[in-house]
Design a protein around this ligand. Structure first.
Ligand SMILES: NC(=O)c1ccc[n+]([C@@H]2O[C@H](COP(=O)([O-])OP(=O)(O)OC[C@H]3O[C@@H](n4cnc5c(N)ncnc54)[C@H](OP(=O)(O)O)[C@@H]3O)[C@@H](O)[C@H]2O)c1
Length: 359
């Protein structure tokens, strides 16, 4: 193969957490990506079974693809010179799975670019992770190889691999970081977030199962949600400021999407027009963030990698509203945006499809 043909060949992608919702969204996005091709999808529970059985909406793209087992994926990664590894496995599982594959690749001289969508590599220390998740970290020696950031807040990862900050975190940080970085507000932020039922994953349990939450609205983990330390750490990394996030999450009666409202006290009075202008100029170079006067709606962004922001002020206070799709921008799409950068591609590659408008 010539050097040109080789450099144009799509990079093989490996997806962990095979039958999960985020893995399904990754497979949907990779199907439309011009420079990636699915090489293997690891399923712990269903190796050998049909991907199309788990994801009937992807049957036309993957009619004959079967889930792989761990040994098969390990062998594949060893013989693939460069691969793109996405982990959509649960926290507490992902780190050890990723570690095993990175060890196998290194032993074979193969290069791997990894984006982990679980919480396992979001913390910069083992102790910080274990204090929140209350189980031993699966690969503490790897923690320094990962950077956790919203792509809009860090242009280039200083480490070979990236940890996706998560869906609530991305929506909250997109709204909060400009307020802190531009010195518009004090550092105490009040966050109300509402997530759709796919945010809880594939396995139905009481409290997250769609029939129970449909037509209903309720909070969970108010002011003690485990993602708060992750949000605060990302905000500090992006702004250098220790902010106090007071977060009240809600379970929403819809399948896809997140709506977050961040409120804070203004240091100096600001009109709505000035607030919108500040947000617009902060995200001027960010193709996936839109700022508009109209209140953003979940259906504006559902199934896309776009997020929408708006703001309101009353002289003393500001409210910034932020919407995104939890499975896409908040997981698979945000991970793909980072992977594009790790591969040296434009960050928008394969990600510019608009929202579906109706879900
Ligand atoms: N859902 C969201 O909106 C969202 C947003 C941001 C981040 N995330 C994160 O993304 C990851 C996936 O989320 P999800 O919503 O797709 O979850 P999910 O639907 O529950 O899927 C997770 C998948 O991981 C695999 N798995 C479960 N236990 C395992 C084990 N012990 N060993 C190996 N694999 C195991 C299972 O697939 P197999 O049995 O086929 O391997 C399972 O289907 C999680 O870490 C989650 O926190 C989710």
């Amino acid at each position: 193969m010539s050097a040109t043909a080789e450099s144009c060949a799509p990079t093989p992608a490996i997806v962990l957490g095979g039958t999960g919702y985020v893995a399904g969204e990754l497979l949907r996005l990779i199907a439309g990506h011009p420079r990636l091709v699915v090489a293997a999808v690891l399923s712990d529970s269903q190796p050998g079974s049909s991907v199309a059985e788990a994801f009937p909406h992807l049957r036309s793209t993957y009619p004959d693809l079967n889930f792989s087992g761990a040994d098969e994926v390990q062998e594949l990664i060893r013989r693939t010179p460069v691969s793109a590894l996405f982990s959509a496995a649960p926290h507490g599982v992902s780190a050890a799975l990723v570690d095993r594959l990175l060890i196998a690749a290194a032993a074979a001289g193969a290069r791997v670019h990894c984006v982990d969508i679980s919480a396992d590599f979001r913390y910069s220390s083992q102790a910080a992770y274990e204090a929140v998740y209350r189980h031993p970290h699966g690969a503490p020696a790897r923690i320094t190889e990962f950077t956790c950031a919203v792509p809009e807040h860090l242009k280039k990862s200083p480490t070979p691999h990236v940890a996706h900050p998560g869906c609530f975190a991305t929506a909250t940080l997109l709204a909060s970081v400009p307020l802190l970085a531009l010195g518009l507000t004090d550092t105490r932020l009040y966050v109300t977030g509402i997530t759709g039922s796919t945010g809880s994953g594939r396995k139905p349990v009481d409290g997250t199962h769609h029939p129970l939450r449909h037509g209903d609205l309720y909070t969970y983990g108010a002011l003690e949600h485990r993602h708060v330390p992750e949000i605060a750490a990302c905000a500090k990394q992006a702004t250098g400021i220790e902010a106090d996030f007071n977060f009240v999450p809600h379970s929403g009666p819809f399948a896809r999407g997140i709506h977050v409202t961040v409120q804070a006290s203004l240091k100096n009075s600001l009109s709505k027009a000035q607030a919108l202008e500040a947000l617009k100029s902060f995200y001027a170079d960010c193709p996936f963030v839109r700022v508009a006067a109209a209140a953003p709606r979940v259906k504006d962004v559902a199934a896309s990698n776009y997020s929408s922001l708006s703001a309101a002020t009353n002289g003393n206070s500001i409210a910034v509203m932020s919407v995104l799709d939890n499975l896409n921008k908040g997981a698979a799409g945000g991970a793909l945006q980072w992977m594009n950068r790790l591969l040296g591609l434009a960050e928008t590659t394969g990600l510019t499809a608009p929202a579906s408008g109706w879900t």
